[in-house]
Ligand binder design. Structure first.
Ligand code: CTP
Ligand SMILES: C[C@](O)(CO)[C@H](O)COP(=O)(O)O
Length: 250
């Protein structure tokens, strides 16, 4: 990166940690999920490009499968990425939260704002990334992109056997519920404190911050920021990419 195009520290540069060390068990057999192709390009590269598309993001730290850091470095070298962004690769851990922590450990001191973004959400639009950054820069300690739900949600008493009927115990008021996406954005010190003091039995970083008693705010998410989790999600992701190509006139 040239010195002229590097965002200055005074502009409060933003780093993104991309946990990409998961196996993708729910996607079925094959390579680690982040390395599987979407329209011929690894999902991880789509995710890295999505974050680096923001002019505010000066550094992307990719947390690779534990034995896959060299392969991920080669992939980053082999694909076109913006010059203004720096890239680091570190090996990940056994859980998502451990992988995020390993990414945070590699963060240079000058970054005061951190985004954490799933490699499994490869198609997040740059406007969503920027909305999260803006809310952190405006003073929020933790920000999540979120969408209203289309389904009614029931709380059940989980059955001991798979597929056994489960008693419904409650129906939360849907209008107050949100489905939460990534990137989640944080004041760095708050996120580090959360990772130092809250256990790993959570499914996202914002809930660790909530456990500190710190307020987390939600901004509008985007339907294209969905998580590739099951095989049908791959079909949807390819369809979104095809629609983008048509709209771009390719
Ligand atoms: N040990 C782990 C587990 C998950 N992740 C990352 O966390 C994100 C969200 O996790 P998820 O979608 O659950 O991915 P997997 O753990 O790979 O999926 P599965 O639970 O189906 O195996 C993914 O980008 C995944 O690569 C990670 O970095 N390290
Ligand atoms: C972080 C997350 O994407 C927010 O919705 C989600 O909690 C990750 O869950 P997963 O089971 O690790 O995919």
């Amino acid at each position: 990166m040239s010195d002229e195009s590097r965002p200055s520290p005074a502009s409060n540069p933003v780093a993104a940690v991309i946990p990409a060390a998961g196996r993708g068990v729910r996607l079925g057999p094959g390579a680690p999920k982040a390395l599987r192709a979407l329209n011929g390009t690894p999902m991880l590269i789509h995710a890295v490009r999505a974050l680096a598309a923001s002019r505010h993001v000066a550094l992307v730290i990719v947390v690779a499968p534990p034995d896959g850091a060299a392969e991920v470095k080669s992939l980053l070298d082999a694909h076109a990425l913006p010059d203004r962004t720096d890239f680091l690769v570190v090996p990940g851990g056994d859980s998502r939260q451990e992988s995020v922590r390993l990414g945070l450990d590699a963060l240079p001191p000058e970054y005061g704002i951190v985004l954490v973004h799933d490699a499994a959400r490869p198609l997040v639009p740059v406007d969503t990334v920027d909305a999260v950054i803006e809310a952190v820069r405006d003073g929020a300690a933790a920000v999540v992109p979120a969408l209203p739900l289309a389904d009614t949600v029931k709380e059940v008493e989980p059955a001991a056997e798979p597929d056994a009927p489960e008693p419904v115990v409650a129906t939360p008021e849907r209008a107050r519920l949100r489905a939460v996406q990534t990137p989640q954005g944080f004041d760095r010190a708050t996120l580090v404190r959360a990772h130092e003091s809250v256990g790993d039995q959570v499914t996202d970083d914002a809930s660790m911050v909530e456990q500190l008693g710190v307020t987390v705010v939600a901004v509008p998410g985007h339907e294209e920021a969905f998580k590739v989790t099951r095989p049908l999600d791959l079909v949807l992701a390819e369809a979104v990419l095809a629609r983008r190509r048509l709209n771009d006139g390719f």
